[in-house]
Design a protein around this ligand. Structure first.
Ligand code: CU
Length: 391
């Protein structure tokens, strides 16, 4: 492709003419005078869900971080989610993270060296509240010598915190970030080369509860992260056998041709190892992230209507209802609620269907009494053999 842009006039505009134009700058207020977020009541003619939240200090709350009560965050590994936050005040939320590498069974035949936060892929789920200040302490225990950091989509400021948290081997970097907006956000490593750090497993989710009007309570909550892995063919060993280890493939990643697409770290994480569970009449919520690094997910739960979708992790707007498939961009997240009615196995999948053969499948096993008024036949069920859609 020709990198030179087509001329738009006979006389090209020299670059310095752009540089001379003043750039509108805003002087930020000091942190101590900023206001944190709370709901503003809806005005006549609009619903509470049609307005964005507005930044406002809750009455009686100090804005000085040193006066915030300290609390250690509850961190959970997928598919678990920390409990809902019930306090009505802001805290200094301490989040210790450790960057490591570990060899994991990625697919049935192959192991792969994953880069992790806290030894898990995806990294730990954080639950916080608008107005909290996250005190993030990242320790780098990666013995390969790579630096690591955190770019959190919930943090406001350049790089989402990456420049403040870049830790070299055996170093700890600590920084504080006030949470200004509610929603479900991805956070990931953004150390160079950024695509490689993400492709190797350094991503996770944070849910920032609004100060008022949080999501309705449900019976169970789960954390599911979709991601791709790109690897070279296994090396041939001296004895003629193929190695059980595979290495990262930069060319495959650049071409967006993943060898593996998974939910939660490996092809069997949500099928053989740890299927999700529920009971009929329960409402369940899935916090679903897509780390990519390249593919958009067509997230679908086979056999279940998704009752509510908080698209793109937006918990301020009214949720969409009665949805079959949800588009989740790389670097984005979504929240779905489902009411389980008929017992049996439901299948989490990326409905870009060939990804089924790359590992993008998980099970949600629902126990309970049969519902012949909704789902019945004269003959017993006959699951399809080898289709991967059923347990
Ligand atoms: Cu990293």
């Amino acid at each position: 492709m020709d990198p030179t842009p087509a001329p738009t006039s006979e006389k090209p505009v020299p670059p310095y003419e752009f540089a001379e134009k003043p750039f509108p700058a805003v002087t930020p207020e000091p942190m101590s005078t900023r206001r944190s977020i709370s709901f503003v009541p809806a005005q006549a003619g609009e619903t509470a869900h049609s307005r964005p939240e507005i930044y406002e200090i809750p009455e009686g709350e100090s804005s000085e971080i040193s006066k915030f009560p300290k609390e250690e965050a509850i961190l959970t590994s997928a598919p678990h989610v920390p409990p809902s936050i019930t306090r009505d005040y802001s805290v200094l939320l301490q989040v210790p993270l450790t960057a490591t590498t570990r060899v994991a069974q990625l697919t049935r035949p192959y192991k792969y060296e994953q880069w992790t936060f806290n030894d898990t892929v995806p990294g730990p789920f954080i639950r916080a509240r608008v107005g909290d200040v996250v005190e993030l302490a990242l320790t780098n225990r990666d013995r390969t010598g790579n630096p690591h950091n955190v770019d959190c989509h919930a943090f406001t400021g350049p790089g989402g915190g990456a420049a403040l948290t870049t830790a070299e081997e055996n170093e700890t970097k600590t920084a504080r970030f006030k949470l200004l907006y509610p929603g479900l956000f991805l956070y990931h490593c953004a150390a160079a080369p950024v695509p490689v750090h993400i492709a190797n497993g350094m991503y996770k989710l944070i849910y920032v509860q609004p100060t008022e009007g949080d999501l309705p309570s449900v019976d169970r909550e789960y954390y599911v992260m979709q991601s791709e892995f790109y690897h070279e063919p296994p090396e041939e060993l001296e004895d003629g056998q193929r190695s059980s280890m595979v290495e990262f493939s930069y060319p495959n990643a650049l071409r967006k041709e993943p060898d593996v697409v998974v939910f939660n770290r490996s092809e069997s994480a949500l099928t053989r190892d740890q299927p999700l569970k529920a009971h009929t009449d329960e409402t369940i919520r899935i916090y679903f992230g897509n780390a990519g690094p390249n593919l958009t997910s067509s997230f679908h739960v086979l056999g279940s209507n998704i009752r509510n979708v908080y698209r793109d992790g937006d918990v301020v707007s009214r949720p969409a209802s009665s949805i079959q498939t949800v588009s989740v961009l790389p670097g984005a997240a979504t929240i779905v609620n489902m009411k389980m009615v008929v017992p049996g196995t439901y299948t989490l999948m990326d409905h870009a269907i060939f990804r089924l053969d790359k590992g993008a499948v998980g099970y949600l096993n629902v126990s309970g009494k049969p519902r012949p008024d909704i789902y019945q036949s004269a003959k017993p069920p006959a699951p399809c053999v080898g289709c991967k859609l059923q347990a």
